[in-house]
Design a binder for this molecule. Structure first.
Ligand SMILES: [Fe+2]
Ligand SMILES: [Fe+2]
Length: 333
């Protein structure tokens, strides 16, 4: 299908599907499902959106763990709403992926069979209710830094899903931070819980931005340059990580917690904070399936899939019956 949104090729130039696509993205236009696109672009978008969807769904587990043990009705309502939002994010994203010609069922199979990844962060355990607050503050905070630029992704359905998701993520971050502020005004034991949770989640949060831009741990795909050109990626991992650190350090000060990094210091020359290096060996181990909770997370997701099989079967049987019965009616109209 040709691409014509007022983005014309130069006079005398021969238009091809590839050049049409390249000009479209270079002009900051959106690629829509029926537009011609390179196979590599389609495959990259499917992988990116599916991994994102999987992360939303698996990400329900660490906090979902605490819903039944919330300390008050108010906290329970907030946490329930937050975890439900994450389910909704997963659904928008699977729908966005389906516009590229893949099937949600198949993506879920790829997840439970370990053929597609999700964010490394959700393979860490949530050990106390303070973790609910710290996950909202740091994990959703890091997700916001990663996701705001995705509202301008070149792939239309993904970009539009991200606009709504980002609005909800900012509620997630606030509810976490507000919980932590309340705990910090409480007892010494509560303050210790907040500090302990901060110590455990800080480094994994920095790893959420992916490997450093250069060096041994750098992305094995090496696709950054092409992803930038295709407007799939707009900032490098290190740029986003720096943005997150600069945003979070003043929040930690206001909260009264210490971030567990002796190298953290304001650099007046750069106008940014210097900080230490995450343990990239740990990152590699977690992302390749050897984190503290990888097996548990996948086992839980697989059990939910198996438990829900009868619902999907019943819905499919009902849809088949309804279609059969309504066919003569619709034909008579
Ligand atoms: Fe989310
Ligand atoms: Fe969230």
């Amino acid at each position: 299908m040709s691409v014509d949104r007022g983005v014309k090729c130069a006079p005398g130039e021969q238009e091809t599907p590839e050049s049409g696509f390249e000009r479209l993205v270079a002009a900051e236009q959106r690629v829509e499902p029926r537009d011609a696109m390179p196979d590599a672009y389609r495959a990259t978008m499917v992988r990116q959106i599916a991994q994102h969807a999987h992360s939303e769904i698996i990400g329900m587990q660490p906090e979902g763990n605490w819903i039944s043990r919330s300390p008050s009705l108010r906290r329970k309502a907030i946490l329930l709403a937050k975890v439900q939002d994450e389910a909704g994010h997963g659904l928008y994203l699977y729908s966005a992926a389906e516009t590229l010609g893949v099937d949600r069922d198949d993506l879920t199979r790829r997840l439970v069979e370990g053929r597609q990844k999700y964010s490394s962060i959700f393979n860490y355990p949530s050990l106390s209710y303070a973790d609910v607050g710290v996950i909202g503050w740091l994990v959703d905070g890091a997700a916001i830094c990663n996701q705001v630029p995705l509202c301008r992704s070149s792939y239309g359905p993904y970009a539009r899903a991200m606009v709504r998701i980002c609005k909800e993520e900012s509620f997630h971050q606030r509810q976490g931070y507000e919980l932590l502020l309340t705990m910090m005004r409480g007892s010494d034991a509560q303050r210790e819980m907040v500090q302990d949770a901060t110590n455990r989640w800080w480094w994994p949060s920095l790893m959420m931005f992916g490997p450093p831009d250069t060096g041994d741990a750098a992305s094995p795909h090496g696709h950054t340059e092409q992803s930038m050109r295709w407007r799939i990626k707009r900032h490098t991992n290190d740029e986003l990580r720096q943005r997150f650190v600069d945003m979070t350090v003043p929040q930690a000060d206001a909260l009264g917690v210490t971030l567990p990094d002796a190298e953290l210091a304001w650099n007046a020359e750069r106008g940014s904070y210097d900080f230490g290096t995450p343990d990239w060996d740990e990152f590699k181990a977690v992302i390749s399936g050897h984190g503290p909770c990888n097996a548990e997370r996948i086992a839980h997701r697989r059990a939910a899939l198996d438990d829900g099989a009868w619902v999907r079967e019943a819905a499919a049987a009902h849809a088949a019956k309804v279609n059969t019965h309504t066919l003569p009616l619709s034909m008579s109209r």
